[in-house]
Design a protein around this ligand. Structure first.
Ligand code: SF4
Length: 386
């Protein structure tokens, strides 16, 4: 069970409903289940209230992230009701970062005002690509027109707009990717997340790849495009601060920073994850079970794991190396016996000498060369457990 004595300043709220299921999607996302939205909302609100009732004092909230699924399909009256509950049971700081994920083609113009009224001040827009044909072939039903309309309308209400893009989608040429990046830097956005396409097992895309029905770009091509993208964005004042995340100055995602700093956060909803500083927990992932348990006021957690010193070390290493500000020796060596600390320092220094890391004041940052073999570097350093 989540340790309610731990002060939690960040909340994640999961809205699992989607108008369609994209062929690459590994998330807890449900298409054709809209008839359960209202019931789900009721159980979600009860889950929030129950958690708050267990807390010894009212938690002060600095970030809220409504993710999915497609949260832009959360009916406005229900969304406002959920925010009423949040404000009743938590103290939401006036400058809190409150993000909602939005998918183009799922929004009506009246929603922007309601979101603003609810206190939302940041949109994370799932653009993914500007190639409508490719998106349609992956069962994602949105068009460039949807994206441009959304940006234009949203801009009147929100100045903090983030977009998600996927690098490595099948049938998107190198030139086309560069054109996409050249286009998006002209948009009124503050933040870009760029994810390498990952083929998740048992997704329709996984089976297409297995049958060789689609061709994916070569790894080398993706690496070259990634480096080109980093340089191009930097040239336009959109700077990488994490392997997949780029922002204009001061617009780094505060909510994601909580994850990367390994601070506590509480998740609510279907399959939502939480971290209380010691344990990682996950809620029930099956909708019917979630609703049943919620109605009976039962514990919704189906997975919890108290992290070992080794796991904590590995998390610090992996999360730290992904960030442009790097990871300090001090943070990595915390709790290590002396002999291992020496070995860690030695290995880090060797990686510096070989050009995979740079070091300043004993803080280590991956070089462009190191970024491309990040997994191998993590593996090399992961043998040095706490
Ligand atoms: S919209 Fe997002 S969450 Fe929904 S199916 Fe597509 S990728 Fe998954």
């Amino acid at each position: 069970m989540y340790n309610t004595a731990v002060p939690t300043h960040s909340l994640y709220i999961h809205w699992p409903f989607c108008p369609y299921k994209c062929h690459f999607c590994p998330f807890v996302a449900l298409a054709s289940h809209d008839q359960f939205m209202e019931q789900y909302h009721t159980v979600l609100v009860q889950e929030i209230e129950r958690y708050a009732a267990f807390c010894t004092r009212k938690q002060e909230i600095k970030t809220i992230y409504i993710g999915g699924g497609t949260p832009s399909t959360y009916p406005c009256a229900l969304l406002l009701d959920m925010f009423d509950t949040l404000r009743k049971v938590f103290t939401i700081k006036p400058d809190a970062e409150i993000t909602i994920e939005v998918n183009p083609g799922t929004v009506q113009s009246e929603q922007f005002m309601i979101w603003k009224q609810a206190g939302i001040n940041r949109l994370s827009i799932g653009v993914q690509s500007l190639n409508d044909k490719v998106l349609r072939s992956l069962n994602r039903h949105q068009s460039i027109d949807d994206v441009t309309w959304l940006l234009h309308e949203a801009r009147a209400f929100f100045d903090n707009l983030s977009i998600d893009l996927i690098l490595g989608l099948p049938d998107v040429s190198q030139e086309e990717w560069k054109d996409i990046i050249k286009t998006v830097v002209q948009w009124p956005i503050t933040h870009i997340s760029i994810y390498f396409l990952t083929i998740h097992e048992n997704t329709p895309l996984y089976f297409k790849v297995k049958k060789r029905a689609v061709t994916l770009p070569a790894d080398d091509t993706m690496v070259d495009l990634y480096h080109w993208t980093v340089d191009f964005l930097e040239h336009h004042n959109i700077v990488r601060y994490e392997l997949s995340n780029f922002s204009r100055p001061t617009y780094e995602s505060q909510h994601n920073t909580v994850y990367w700093d390994r601070e506590a956060f509480k998740g609510f909803g279907l399959g939502a994850c939480s971290f209380d500083g010691m344990q990682r927990l996950q809620n029930e992932k099956r909708l019917m079970e979630y609703l049943e348990k919620g109605k009976k006021d039962e514990d919704l957690t189906t997975f919890s794991e108290c992290l070992t010193d080794d796991q904590i070390y590995l998390e610090r290493l992996m999360l730290g190396l992904r960030r442009s500000k790097g990871v300090s020796f001090e943070a990595l060596a915390q709790g290590m016996p002396f002999a291992r600390k020496d070995l860690l320092q030695e290995r880090l220094n060797l990686l510096v000498r070989n050009g995979f890391l740079v070091e300043q004041n004993n803080v280590f940052v991956l070089t462009p060369q190191g970024l491309m073999v990040e997994n191998e570097i993590v593996t090399q350093l992961s043998v040095l457990r706490a």
